[in-house]
Each structure stands twice: as structure tokens, then as C-alpha cells.
Write a protein that binds this ligand. Sequence first.
Ligand SMILES: [Ca+2]
Ligand SMILES: [Ca+2]
Ligand SMILES: [Ca+2]
Ligand SMILES: [Zn+2]
Length: 672
Amino acid sequence: MKHFSTLQKILAGAVVLGLALTSIYAVYLVDAKHNAEAAANLAAKNAAARQAATEAIAAQVASSNLGKTQAHVSNFSAPVLQTTVPSSLEQVGLSHRQQLADVTMGAGEKAAYEMPVDFIPSNQHGQTDGAPFSRINLKEIVAGSQAISALGAHLSAVASWYGYTDQELKQKLLSDSSLHVDRKGRLLNIDAGLPASAALSTPTSTSTLASAQTGTLAGSVLNAGTASGATVTSAPPFPLTNTFKLHSKANSTRILYLKFTGEGSKPAFSLDNIPSTFNDAEQAMIQKIWQRVTEDYSPFDVDVTTEKPTNFAGKLGVTILITPEASSAGGYAYLNSFTNYTGGLAPAFCFPNNLANSEKPIAECISHELGHTLGLNHQGQLPSTAYYGGQGDGEAGWAPIMGVSYYKNLSQWSKGEYANANNKEDAFAVMAVRGLKPNVDDVGNTIATAMAMSASNANGFNNLSASGLISVPGDVDVFKFSAGAGTASFTLSGALNSQNLDIAAQLMDANGKVLAITLGQVSLNKTLSFNLPSASTYYLNITGAGRGSAASTGYSNYGSLGQYSIVGKTALSSGTTTTTPSTTPTTPPSTTPPTPTPSNFTPVTVTFDARSTIIAGATIRSYAWNFGDSTAAGSGALVTHTYNRAGTFVVVLTITDSLNRNYVANSTVTIH
Ligand SMILES: [Ca+2]
Ligand SMILES: [Ca+2]
Ligand SMILES: [Ca+2]
Ligand SMILES: [Zn+2]
């Protein structure tokens, strides 16, 4: 097939020098005039089709007179020929997002989503008495204007149950095609999934290596045959025996149960088509998904758990089922279904097979659907975007959880502060009505109520540590420590996986005078260093920061909440150290296994190699690398980059050729 003869490929590799190997990826470049046809091939709707297309292309390339060797590769993004250089992953994801509103499903298929008739979502006050639903009997689950006409005279009762005026409910139904009314008049959102073609543009756990693995690959690993030979294992954050015993706050009376084990005829979560058992990779992904959802809900007094609850007395909550399903939806949830917890059928679902079977989109889906169960509606943008895709770039690229957050690293709760937001409801106020309240503050907000950091005298230094939670906007956690004269340095880190907190810190003296602040650092995590003038007691304030313009480029501190840890080092203060905290935390310690501190982390240098790239009929003018950690862009066909912290990073390579055409590919790198 002659039209494939101009297909070329980029092989781009990652060689880790040091502790860990990261992902290997390749992308096929497509000559502009054949782009449409090749893109159609590569946008095949499932992995099998994509693999077949890949092999067909590779075979054509191999047999062409260009003499390129075939390389089998397992982790590459769909090629995207750009008309402009992408500034962010957002542009890569744009075409996918535009498909988000297009769930095509028959009424019969939707009927499978219906809850039993006795299920009552709570009303605008969080109550379930006096519901109108027993009087309503519609023919089928419907959306949009069909829903309005089907509800007919019942529309007012349904609207007022949910706290909307008639006009508001009509407007929601007409502007958000995901909003449905079931046969009993109950509202549910049926959300679109992630197209299979987007699968590899989002972080996955399939490209991670355990830090224990020390193998070093020399040279390019991207020659034929070697790419797929690089065995990659996914390290679980916790022992495998704990996979279904994870609790973020076991003693809470509020429950968010992430059910991966199936329900009735709905199979268990599975990546290997063997739903009866969970292999190591599946368990690792479950654990990491739990970490991500836990961070989104960490500000609240709620137990995010993978363990089936057994004691329901006096508890509010909801179960979300994570199960593969043959439909085009990514997930769905009944509005206000977070209510008296009974252990009954799940009113909320995520379908991993329609979420690229990948950690981040599955986790984002879970947090989003749980948001619906807590009363939250979609956050879109006027005039006609149902799901807002966010703004900003790189590590601090931001999206609202109730919009679509697959394509941005940082997902937070929002009150619609971005330009032209169609929904400015205060997410925390809405969730509070359902019974989800912020955690009691763990660390005092003032010098007078400061908590002493843990301190230990080792290696001639005073080693400090602390951890905590920013639980509401404006929460300040003040820590105190004693130190001698000399340099004091601190590393401030958010949750290890998918932090929501953009940390800010101030160092103060005993009089409250500010000595140093974190300012202008690109990372969500921060460092702080200062030469203390004398032996004394000092204070460190931690809070959540905004960044850029909440209207256009960044976010306010509204959703900049979450878990953090601090490690520090100072000169010894007159040979003694303080080890007793001055106050006892009012919140019992979480049963969450401790987050490893950054002090254990050794920077990892990664080599990216795109030297084998050829573009037919043109020469390559430039290579631009966005390493995904908010550091400066790299250039050249062969680059090295040092990651100074653990995390999963989306690496975007943009190539510009001599005809000013731009090509972009991306992959994820996970650093342990
Ligand atoms: Ca998040
Ligand atoms: Ca706090
Ligand atoms: Ca505080
Ligand atoms: Zn939704």
C-alpha cells in the first residue's frame, strides 16, 4: 500500500542512569498528506485494533525502500500532527475532550443503570422523608427536552426536591446532555468515557519500575526487539495483603467505599480478563487509585476505603463500583446518593475499560462520580462546554474534578472561578449538606497554638519532621522548632501520588517576623532555606497556595488542600533537642500507611533519545521536550533530564520540521 510508504517513525527512549528505568515509547510520524487516513487507523477504538494498525504500519515501514527496521513498542501515544506547537497536554487532549459529551446509548442499555424503586436520594437538606419519587412512573431513562416533557407535571416536585427552581432544572437538563431522569424521576449523570485512542496520553502505572531494580540500560533501548524486552514492574505502595484493607480514616462515620470486587452480575475490576483473582499489577493499580481518591477527599472527615464496610449503624456514605462494562459510558452516578449507608447496591459506577484501564482516569472518574453522589453538578464553560478541561500547564496544569480532569496533572475541587464558568456552586458547602464536613484542624493556626516538630539529633544536625493536612481554604498549620545559629533547610511535600496541595510556607522568628517564604518555585512541592541568626525557637507556617490567575491560567487556594509532610535540618541548638509535641492532634492518626519522605529520594537522571527520527521530504528543525515537572524545556534529539522528586510525569516531545509542521508525542515517566 503505497500510501504508507511515507510513514516514518520516531523512536524515543528513556534510559535511566541510576536507580530506575522509566518508560520507553515511540510514535509514528505521518506525512501531512496522509495524516487523515493514518490517524483514522490509529484512532481505532480498542487496543486490539490499535495494535493491529500498529503492526500493519510497522510492516509497511519495514518493507518500504526506506529500509527502516521494525520495532515493537508497547507504550506510545497516538501521533498527532499539530498545526501549532502545543503548549500543554491540553491541546493534545482537545480532540478527545470534544467527544466527551457523546455517550450514545439506547434506553434499554441505560435501564441497566437504574437503582431499585425503593432507593431515595437525599433532598436539598440532606433528608429522605416525603420524597415524590413513588408517585412518578416514566417509560424510560431520558435526558434533555425529553426529560422535561416526560416529567411533565412532576417537574416541580423533582426540582424542589433537589433544591432547584423549575427553570434551573430545565436549564440543567437542556445544557448538560449527561444529566438524566430515571423512571422514578431521580436524577443521574451518565458520563462519557475516555476514547481508547487517548489511552496512552494519560499516566499509567504500566511504565513504572520498582526502585529496587538497579539495572542500567546502555545506549538506545529503542532498537528493534529491545523495547518490549525491558521488563517493567509496577511497585505497589503498600503490601499486597493490604490491597482490600486500605482506610484513609477508619474511625469516621462517613464512608466512601471503592468496590473493585464486583457486585451481582457485574464482574470485578480486571486488567487481565481473569476477574476471579487480582494479580499484582491489578492490586498495585487499585492501591494507587485509592491513594489518588484519598487525596481528593483528604480534607473531609470520611473514610475512603477498599474494604467492604460491615458496620453501618449511624453511618452516611456510598459505594462506587469499579467494573468493566460493555457501554460507551465512563461512569455514572445518582445525584445525592451519598446518604444513609446500608451496604446496598452501588448507585455510582466507573467503567475502567472505558477509561483506558489507566490509573489516573479511573481515579479521576471515581472522585468525579462520588462528587455527584455528594450533590455536585458539572463544571462547564459558557456557552456550550459541558465539562471544563482546565487551564495551565505541566505539573501545575489544573482542572476541576467536576469538569474533566484526565488531561491535567492537578485536579482540585472548584467553585467556578475560571472565566465563563457555568457553575459557581461552592463545592464544599454542597458536600456539607450531604454530611461531608471538613476534618477538624490538626495543627494550630497561630504561634500561640503551634505544634512542635519532631526532632532528632543525628550526624551533628537537628533533624526535623512533621506531617499534616490543609483541610479548608485558609487553613494555616504552624509548627515550631528549636535551632542553633546556621542554615535551616526544609523540604515540603504534598501527597506522594496526585497531590492537590500547592504548598506555601513561611519561616518566622519568635516574634512572628517573617524570615523567608516560598516564592516563585514552579513545583507544587517547595524548599525553603535560611541562615538563622541565633539559637532560638522558630516557626514554620504551612498553607495551601493558589497560582497564576484563577480566571485564566491557574487557580486560587480554594481547592489547594491536602496532605503534606515536612523534613528539615538545622544546626543543633545548644546540644539539646525537643522531642515532645506541645499539643496533641485533635484528629486521631490516620491508619493510612505513612508517606515516604523526600529525604529518601535520590534524584534520577533520564535520557531521552529521538535521534532515529526521520521525516520524509523534510529535515527536522527542532526538538522540544516538556519533561512534565514544570522545569525548563529541553531541546535537541538527545537530552538528559534529572527528576528531583518522585512522581508520574507526562513527557511531551514536539518536533518541528523544515516545512514548519509540528508533531507531538507523549508518554509517562514514573520516578520512584
Ligand atoms: Ca486531585
Ligand atoms: Ca491543618
Ligand atoms: Ca491549622
Ligand atoms: Zn459527571
